[in-house]
Design a protein around this ligand. Structure first.
Ligand code: TMP
Ligand code: MG
Length: 207
């Protein structure tokens, strides 16, 4: 630890972010950190957005099905309401799905002495910063960037390729809709081209 972390002894609050593309092990890393804290008998609370019901309604769950109990919440304000005074560590998974209010919520929890661990996608299917994540990263003391493996070339992957025709920011899914790609093999136009292809198939053929 450097001198800049000396205030740690007085107020243990800080923000730690785990980011990367899909299939990079973000939730695995979050769960690993939570288990370590449990061994040290820290008191924990873990939250995820209600919308993330992909593998489990109530647990934080990785693609490998490693799970950790969590409290699903509808928005960032609910996190602030639910966190107990006695909680040392607050974990938040799938943070990219939360409203912008999450930025102030994590900041005020850290100021109140909590260690806040936030996991989420840094970029969306277009390769653009995702929701509140960039601001939270800017305010964090620590950032863990995770890498997946590009399915095309096997090099480190930093982007999430959407494989289906859908232009919405939010599309909950897994391997049926997404894969990890490196910068070179990432094709943000693919989803749009698939949409155009479907539309052209729907057009009546001329007699
Ligand atoms: P994961 O990072 O834990 O694998 O989960 C990411 C979730 O975000 C997954 O449900 C798919 C979803 N998602 C979107 O809603 N929009 C996007 O642009 C991307 C890339 C993922
Ligand atoms: Mg995850």
């Amino acid at each position: 630890m450097t001198d800049s972390f000396s205030r740690h002894k007085i107020n243990p609050g800080w923000i730690e972010v785990i980011v990367g593309c899909m299939f990079s092990g973000k939730t695995e890393e979050l769960i690993k950190q939570l288990h370590r804290a449990q061994y040290a008998r820290r008191s924990l609370q873990v939250f995820k957005p209600l919308i993330d019901n992909r593998y489990s309604e109530n647990d934080v769950a990785s693609h490998k099905q490693t799970t950790f109990p969590s409290e699903p919440v509808k928005d960032s304000v609910e996190i602030l309401r639910q966190v107990k005074r006695t909680t040392d560590i607050v974990g938040i998974d799938e943070a990219q799905f939360f409203d912008d209010g999450l930025i102030d919520v994590v900041e005020s929890l850290a100021n109140a002495g909590k260690r806040v661990i936030v996991a989420g996608l840094d970029t969306d299917w277009r390769g653009e910063p995702f929701g509140c994540m960039p601001q939270i990263m800017a305010k964090a003391e620590v950032i863990h960037k995770q890498y997946a493996i590009c399915v095309v070339c096997g090099e480190p992957a930093t982007r999430t390729q959407r494989l289906v025709s859908n232009n919405s920011e939010i599309l909950v899914g897994s391997t049926e809709s997404y894969e990890a790609r490196c910068r070179q093999h990432f094709d943000p136009e693919l989803s749009l081209r698939l949409g155009a292809l479907e539309t052209s198939k729907d057009l009546p053929t001329s007699p």
